[in-house]
Structure formats: C-alpha cells, structure tokens
Design a protein around this ligand. Structure first.
Ligand code: C2E
Ligand code: CA
Ligand code: CA
Length: 652
C-alpha cells in the first residue's frame, strides 16, 4: 500500500529538484496551452450551438461564458509566457498553479457537458459524448509535458464519462464508455512513456551541455599546468585591452621564458620537465591578484597580463618578483634543480596600440633580456622602439641584399705571446649594404638570427674566409664564428661541413666558434653539431665564455678544443681583482680540461702584462691589431706588428 502511495505521489509530483526539466516543461506548455484552450473553447461553443434552442439559457449562455472567461484568461496568460525568462521559483509556482487549476477546470467543463445531456434528442446526446471524448484527448496531448495536470484532467473527465454513460444503460453509450476506458488506459501508458522520454531527453541535453562546457574549458586550458592556454591568453588580452581603453588605464603584457629549462628536460627526461613546469605555475600563482593574469603559451614560455599599471618602475618590481620566485631551487630529483626566468614586458597605450603590437614588443623585450642579461626584466622602452625600427630596416635590406656581393670577411690576428707569432686569425663578417652603408655584425647578425636568415649568410662568409686562409702559411689557423642556428639543426651543421669539404681547405686548420649562449639554447643539438665538426677534423671553440649559464659538467660533455674568455673580463683587469680572479680560474680550468684558451679584447699594455702574469698564452685584441681585410692579413703575416695602413682601420 505504502509503495503504491509513494508511486502515486511520485507520479503527481513536480520535478522541483530538476529546474532544467521544469524550464523545459514551462517552455513546452507556453506553446501548447494557448492552442489547447482554443480547441476547448471552440468545441464548447459548438456544443452550445447545438443546444441553444434546447437547454435553458443558464446552461447555454451563463455557464459557457464563465468557463470561456476562465479558459480565455488562461490562454492569454500562457500566450504571454512564450520566450519569457523566469527564475526557477517563479516557474515552479506557474506550473503548480496550472496543476491546481486542472481539477476545477476539468470538473467545470465536465459537469457543464453532463448537465446538457438531458436536453435534446439522441443526436444532441451523442454530441455531448463526442464533445467530452474528443476534447479530453486534445487536452491530454496538449498537457503531456506536465504529467500531473494531464493525469488529473484525464481521470476527472474520463471517470465521469465512463460512470455516467454506463449508467444510462444505452448500449451505444455503454460501448462508448468501454471504448473511452480502453483509450484512456492506452493514452495514460503513452503519456507515461512520453513523459519518461521527455525527462531523459532533457537530462541528456544537460549532460551534453556539460560536456561541451568541459570541452570548451579544455580548449582554453593548458592541460599540464591548469593555466589558461595561448588561445585563452589572447582572448583575455582582447578583453583586458577593451577595459583599459574604456577606463583609460595602463596595461602591461609580460612574456616570461625559463632559462635553463631545456638542459633539465634533456638531462632528467620529460617527466621531470613536466613536473617542473607544473611547479613553475604553482610558484607564480600566489603572485597574481585581480589585476594580474597568467597563462602558459607553450613550451617553457608563460605570459602575463597586468592591468592598472602605474609606472615602469612598479612594473619592473612586479616583473622582478616573478623572476625571483623561480630562482629558488626546485626539489624534483634527489638533487635540487636550479633554473631562472627572463621576462620582457610592454605597455599599452603609451608604447603599443593593440594586442598584436603589445605582444610583439613584449617578445622583443624578452629577446633583449635573453641576449643581454638572462634572468632579468626588460620593459620595452622608446630606446627599444628605435632599435626595433632599425632592425626592421636592417631586415628589409638584408632580405633584398645580394649576399655574395655585399658580404665580406675581415681578419683579426690571434697571437701567441710566448713567441710573439700570429698563430691564427679570427674571421669576422662585414656587410656593406648599398642602402644602409656599412652595417656592423652586432647589428645584422642578430637580425639574421632572429629572422632565420643566418644560414644563408654563414655559407658565403665561410667560403670567403676559407678562400683567404688558403693563402696563408699552413701553420696559421683560421677561426670562424657560427651562430646558434648554425648548430641548431643537423641539416645546418651538415651544410657547413659540406662547404668546408668543397673548399678544399684542411679542416684541421679550422676552428669553429660557438657562443656559450648558443650551446645552452639546445645542448643536445649543439652536441650533435659539434660531433659533425669534430669528425671532420675541425676544432671547436666556446666563444664569449663566462657570459652564459653553462655549468662545468655540461661543458665537459661537449667535445670542445678551445675556450675564448670574454672581453668583459679583460677590460681593466690590472685593477679589477674580481676579473683577475675569474680569468685566473678560467685559465686553470682550461688547463685542467686540456683545452686551449684564448683571451679576447686585449686593448692595452697593462692588460697584456696582467694576462701574461696569469700565464695566458693566446691573446687577441686591438692592442695587436684591429680586424683587417684579406690582403692585409697576408701583409701582416709577412711583417707582423708593422704599421697598419689607414684603409685597414676603416674596415674594422
Ligand atoms: P666576437 O666573436 O666576440 O668577436 C670579437 C669582436 O670583438 C669583434 O667585433 C671584434 O672586432 C671585437 N674586438 C676584437 N678585439 C677587440 C678589442 O680589443 N676591443 C674591443 N672593444 N673589441 C674588440 P665585431 O667584428 O664587431 O663582431 C661582433 C660580434 O659579431 C662577434 O663577436 C660575433 O659574435 C659576431 N660575428 C662577427 N662576425 C660573425 C660571423 O661571420 N658569423 C657570426 N655568426 N657571427 C659573427
Ligand atoms: Ca668569436
Ligand atoms: Ca667573443
């Protein structure tokens, strides 16, 4: 019994705990109920028409008018509900009221129809039965989405119908009653089935909406760190820019790139690399507030949007905080892992005017941080703007240049101070552009690197350098500079090797210089490239040593033959104890590693003296000679240290 009671209650209950379903019911009813009342009232007045002359006015006019007033007002009410946005409680109330009205309305129309029965002939009586049977079917179908109202109406009308017409004892009506009973049962079963399908459909729709929400979230999220991804970053940037434009505030974009991530990945594997990236995200998160957003652009690159920025100084401080938290060691393996971060920032509206530009400028600022001082913050300034414009001009001219014609190589001697002899020359690239004039390598090499054109420059420069070196006595070596990209792929390294072989120059007399920063960009690739050069018989020097991030163990893994101590340690070494100590230990280090060591940038006698006292042997610098053209190198070898023709000075 209890079970049946519970079932009955469940059958009649409104799905209050399922607002989505109630909303769908409400939508369906607002479309269907006006139509239902229209049919009900038309059928009612058709019945009035056949009984107008037969029944008293109270039944043919008064009651139908009252019923019509009720029906019409409900019809108008539902008509007005179409497309309305109500809250869940209001929808519940509307549905509840509809259910509560189902009984009186159904009972009202039923009683009225049965009261008309005694009046009129058989045809009129059949009309009453037909009216009740057909109208209730239309009503049940129209209210299908609100099971409770449909059930109440069906039960009220059909039970009255069955009881009443069986009691007439007239066989046709008894048959009709049986008929209606069976139809009612079928309809209730269909109703139940339909309602269940409807509920399921709504639940499925909810599930698929949830799923597409989830997909949307995944499409905007970086799966590793849980941070917004590149796509989400750009849409957040558009929104933040719109806000900044709207309230006239300043906005900054920062691009943060990890220093030393790649070696960790290479050394410990991708699993540890991934964990490191996750930890980076976790360390940066506490620095964010409602004005700062963080995203992962991909790889080891992260991006920041900082709104309501006051001064560049404040921005610098914020940026430094981000770099600093990443400077502390990470405990990932049994050994603490140390990385760093460089950050480039640009601001709107004072520097950049749109999303694309602010990102480009921030990226440029990052590039400056990476090049000049890793681990630092660079805020894109007017100076950078001018520099960027100059680089863009350089890039355009470089793209149009006839490289074979316009490039030249000059040579700077490398001296053995023990013997005073020139043991080698470093080949240095020069570009004479018909548009820009003489462009220093410090300007065009970085542009060629950034735009991926460097490989096209390297080959003609190398060919020219080797052609000149071919003319020197065989004990004089040549040293040639490679850029990061030249040893960033096996293909590029192979092209260089092919060029050396084709030149016919003895590879054993050639040293290839690779900067420490280039090596650190991709240790594995650098190792492969160095392998190719060493297999050919060339020497490989590590250039600008002391300016990068390499650790001794990493250098040990590379098949190097020489280190070149950076100029910055030499300048004023005689009265700089720190430089003195550094050079001293670098000399000891190269000695231990059985590498040759060249000290660059010797400009004065006291510097040379200091270096000599430390035991340096191979030196290079303006003190001996500035870089000189090819023909001058021959003259130099014939008469080292002799007077330098004025034309040599110009080409430095
Ligand atoms: P680097 O490889 O460190 O070359 C040494 C630079 O220092 C040269 O500048 C040279 O002229 C200069 N230098 C030499 N002695 C002294 C000195 O005593 N004092 C001072 N202040 N400077 C000295 P340069 O020729 O302007 O080249 C600049 C940089 O451009 C080079 O630095 C190298 O990194 C790059 N570079 C030059 N030629 C090439 C090339 O053919 N290919 C590539 N990839 N890079 C090149
Ligand atoms: Ca060099
Ligand atoms: Ca150097």
């Amino acid at each position: 019994m209890e079970d049946w009671g519970a079932k009955g209650r469940a059958l009649l209950a409104l799905p209050r705990d399922n607002p989505r379903l109630m909303r769908a019911q409400y939508g369906a009813l607002s479309r269907q109920l006006p139509l239902m009342y229209f049919i009900l009232l038309v059928n009612t007045w058709a019945l009035v028409a056949t009984h107008l002359a037969l029944a008293p006015a109270s039944l043919t006019l008064v009651v139908p008018t009252v019923l019509t007033a009720v029906g019409a007002s409900r019809s108008v009410f539902w008509w007005r509900q179409r497309g309305k946005l109500l809250d869940d409680t209001s929808i519940y109330k509307v549905l509840l009221r509809t259910c509560l009205l189902a009984f009186p309305v159904a009972a009202g129309f039923t009683c009225w129809a049965l009261l008309l029965y005694p009046y009129g002939d058989e045809y009129a009586k059949v009309h009453v039965a037909f009216y009740m049977a057909i109208t209730v079917i239309a009503c049940i179908f129209s209210m299908m989405h609100l099971r409770r109202a449909a059930l109440i109406s069906a039960v009220v009308v059909n039970s009255a119908f069955i009881v009443f017409f069986i009691s007439t004892g007239i066989p046709v009506f008894v048959a009709c009653a049986v008929n209606i009973f069976l139809v009612s049962v079928a309809m209730l079963l269909i109703l139940q089935d339909h309602y269940r399908n409807f509920t399921r459909l709504i639940a499925e729709r909810a599930r698929s909406e949830l799923l597409s929400d989830e997909n949307l979230r995944l499409a905007h999220q970086d799966s590793l760190t849980g941070l917004p991804n590149r796509r989400q970053f750009f849409s957040a940037l558009d929104q933040a820019l719109a806000r900044a434009r709207g309230d006239g505030t300043r906005l900054a974009v920062g691009i943060l790139d990890l220093d030393g991530f790649k070696p960790v990945n290479d050394l410990y594997g991708h699993g540890i690399g991934d964990r490191l990236l996750m930890l980076v995200g976790q360390r940066l998160a506490p620095l964010l507030d409602e004005h700062a957003q963080l995203a992962r652009l991909g790889g080891d690159e992260f991006a920041l949007i900082i709104e309501r920025v006051a001064s560049d100084r404040q921005l610098h401080e914020v940026g430094q905080a981000f770099c600093q938290v990443l400077g502390a060691p990470f405990s990932l393996t049994d050994m603490p892992v140390q990385i760093g971060a460089s950050l480039g920032m640009a601001t709107f509206p004072d520097r950049a005017s749109d999303a694309e530009q602010i990102f480009e400028f921030a990226d440029y600022a990052l590039y400056q941080s990476k090049r000049s001082q890793r681990g630092s913050v660079t805020v894109f300034s007017e100076r950078h703007h001018a520099q960027l414009q100059r680089e863009n001009l350089t890039e355009q001219a470089l793209r149009r240049a006839d490289l074979n014609q316009e490039l030249a190589v000059v040579f700077q001697p490398i001296i053995d101070i023990a013997s005073g002899r020139t043991v080698a020359f470093e080949a240095l690239g020069r570009w004479h552009s018909p548009v820009l004039g003489q462009v220093p390598p410090g300007q065009f090499i970085p542009v060629a690197e950034r735009t991926g054109m460097i490989n096209q420059l390297t080959i003609p420069l190398l060919r020219k350098a080797l052609a000149t070196a071919q003319q020197w006595p065989t004990h004089v070596r040549v040293s040639f500079n490679l850029s990061a990209r030249d040893c960033g792929s096996l293909q590029a390294a192979q092209a260089i090797a092919d060029c050396i072989v084709a030149s016919g120059f003895d590879p054993a007399r050639l040293d290839l210089e690779i900067t420490e920063t280039a090596v650190m960009q991709d240790m594995q690739q650098a190792q492969l490239a160095i392998g190719v050069f060493r297999a050919l018989g060339c020497g490989v020097s590590l250039d600008d040593f002391g300016t990068g991030y390499s650790s001794l163990s990493q250098l040990h893994a590379l098949a190097l033959t020489k280190l070149k101590v950076d100029r910055s340690f030499v300048s004023g070494i005689q009265h700089n104890p720190a430089s003195f100590k550094i050079v001293k230990s670098l000399l000891a280090l190269t000695h231990d590693m059985q590498l040759d060591c060249i000290v660059e940038g010797v400009e004065t006698e006291p510097e040379l003296q200091a270096l000599a006292s430390l035991g340096a042997r191979l030196v290079q610098g303006y003190y001996f000679a500035k870089p000189m053209p090819a023909e001058a190198s021959l003259a130099w070898l014939a008469n080292p240290g002799g007077p330098v023709p004025t034309t040599w000075v110009q080409v430095r």
